[in-house]
Design a protein around this ligand. Structure first.
Ligand SMILES: NC(=O)C1=CN([C@@H]2O[C@H](COP(=O)(O)OP(=O)(O)OC[C@H]3O[C@@H](n4cnc5c(N)ncnc54)[C@H](O)[C@@H]3O)[C@@H](O)[C@H]2O)C=CC1
Ligand SMILES: O=C(O)[C@H]1O[C@H](OP(=O)(O)OP(=O)(O)OC[C@H]2O[C@@H](n3ccc(=O)[nH]c3=O)[C@H](O)[C@@H]2O)[C@H](O)[C@@H](O)[C@@H]1O
Length: 453
């Protein structure tokens, strides 16, 4: 079937490419001319494994197209998805500016009734708002000639993860559809039919529940992480090993092994902003959400833990002045170049503020980091992991890319000035490193005394 998508970011682009791959005819519209030009030429503006061949194949097959023109996009089909950003506003609310602008553009250009599908993460009630805005534009155009059927807004939140987006989209755990009419539900069934071959993954509910399901899912995952980070802090103080605890609790299927890795704090474009927006939804309805607020507060504290451990290892925050700190991993998680709310930023800012020099390496996010900080003498971005270690007094591992898993500690000793590792992802074996003479500090793991030498 024919469909249109507004927004060619992580969600819009992955959605468009995957829906084209199963045979639909997709036109994606974005307001960024450079992005649209690049995509038309088969170049992908983001780092997302597996996405480029998918886009190229479907572009070549004529099932996937890109445009800057909202009028052309709306003319393409009567099923229009909104996948634009919903960044946090100053007060923590989701900023619906882009979503509403798309709604208005659709209403301005439509020449027949449309079904609008909201893929962006939006607070409960946004579907009502989009529908109302669109009807207002339609009546300003000289009357809504199609009556009540003119606009139908469906909530269809997305659950993909960056770095694994194509696989997540192609094999979804569930497809949430919040729709008011039988007709819209039937349309969504046809759209997603190719993903339902193994079993029916579509879950139909009312629109408000669908909107809340997205926030509840992200907040639940964020809660698991903050809970583990809080436990890790306690383990640090009590001399317990959080990695043993993680395995011990994960074995209970009611808890499970997923999303209980302690670390440097959660980042990215979604968990932080969605937890904040959910708490704001409570606030505006006069309902306190102490648990959600605590998830945010624990995460905020956690993002400072690596710096504290670094300062302790070097003999105090003042001791960082004049020192060189290597950082491995900058993106908020592996397999992406996304730096939004990345824990590495907090560490780098703190080291720079303390007068240290940072030598940082990331397999994908070096250029994005350079763009954030600009050229400066105290922040060296290298494009090789070993080079980042040159003359470093300590290494901080922030993001667990595969290539950091089994480093050559012997080679590292010769490049670094000090033998200190602060591991924000618990990748290494504390006993092994102590035996090699390293001072090793991880998250919620007991310190071992390094062997002399
Ligand atoms: N990034 C992720 O992994 C996931 C994101 N989401 C949600 O999906 C939404 C989109 O997120 P991302 O794809 O990460 O955003 P993004 O920032 O990567 O992409 C948004 C795109 O929309 C374009 N845009 C803005 N206004 C427009 C307009 N009026 N018309 C056409 N295009 C316009 C921008 O130029 C940009 O290319 C957000 O609500 C987010 O919370 C949901 C699940 C996963
Ligand atoms: O709404 C969204 O945008 C998406 O947000 C997350 O996906 P994403 O942010 O891409 O990445 P995750 O793998 O969830 O990681 C988020 C953060 O949590 C951290 N994390 C994750 C898991 C864990 O056990 N511990 C932990 O610290 C990661 O390092 C990362 O900083 C959700 O996992 C997706 O289901 C959702 O669609």
């Amino acid at each position: 079937m024919k469909l249109t998508i507004f927004g060619a970011g992580y969600v819009g682009l992955v959605t468009g490419a995957c829906l084209a791959e199963v045979g639909h005819d997709v036109l994606v519209c974005d307001v960024d001319p450079a992005r649209v030009d690049a995509l038309k030429a088969g170049r992908i503006p983001i780092f997302e494994p597996g996405l480029e061949p998918l886009v190229r194949r479907n572009l070549a097959a004529g099932r996937l197209g890109f445009t800057l023109s909202a009028a052309d996009a709306v003319a393409h089909s009567d099923l229009v998805m909104i996948a634009v950003g919903t960044p946090p506003a100053e007060n923590g609310d989701a900023d619906l500016g882009h979503v509403l602008a798309v709604g208005e553009a659709i209403a301005t250009h439509m020449t027949r009734p449309v079904t609008v599908v909201t893929k962006s993460t939006v607070p409960v009630g946004t579907g009502d708002l989009v529908e109302a805005r669109m009807r207002a534009v339609l009546s300003a155009r000289g009357g809504a000639e199609w009556g009540d059927d003119a606009v139908s807004v469906v909530s269809n939140p997305e659950f993909l993860k960056e770095g694994a987006a194509v696989g997540d989209f192609m094999k979804p755990d569930r497809i949430i559809v919040g729709a008011a009419s039988e007709r819209a539900t039937a349309l969504m069934r046809t759209l997603y039919q190719p993903f339902n071959r193994n079993h029916d993954r579509l879950m139909v509910m009312d629109r408000r529940s669908a909107e809340l399901t997205k926030y509840a899912a992200n907040a639940m995952l964020a809660t698991k992480i903050s809970f583990m980070n809080e436990m890790a802090g306690l383990a640090d103080r009590l001399g317990a090993d959080i990695e043993a605890v993680r395995l011990g609790i994960g074995a209970d299927p009611r808890i499970g092994y997923h999303f209980i890795y302690p670390g440097a704090g959660f980042g990215g474009s979604c968990f932080p902003k969605d937890v904040r927006a959910l708490r704001r939804s409570g606030e505006v309805t006069g309902y306190e959400m102490p648990l959600v607020a605590a998830v945010e507060a624990v995460n905020d504290r956690q993002k400072h833990v690596m710096f504290e451990k670094l300062a302790t290892a070097l003999g105090g925050a003042e001791a960082i002045r004049g020192r060189t700190i290597a950082v491995w991993g900058l993106a908020f998680k592996p397999n992406t170049d996304d730096m939004r709310e990345a824990p590495s930023l907090r560490l780098i800012d703190a080291v720079l503020a303390a007068g240290g020099t940072v030598r940082a390496y990331d397999p994908a996010a070096g250029t994005a980091t350079r763009a954030l900080y600009g050229e400066r003498a105290d922040l060296v971005i290298t494009f090789d992991a070993q080079e980042a270690l040159d003359g470093a007094d300590a290494l901080c591992l922030v993001t667990e890319w595969q290539e950091f898993r089994v480093p050559d500690f012997g080679a590292m000793e010769t490049r670094m000035a000090g033998r200190i590792i602060i591991d924000g992802r618990n990748l290494y074996d504390p006993d092994d490193l102590a035996a090699r003479g390293w001072r090793y500090s991880a998250i919620g793991r007991p310190q071992r005394v390094p062997a002399a030498g």
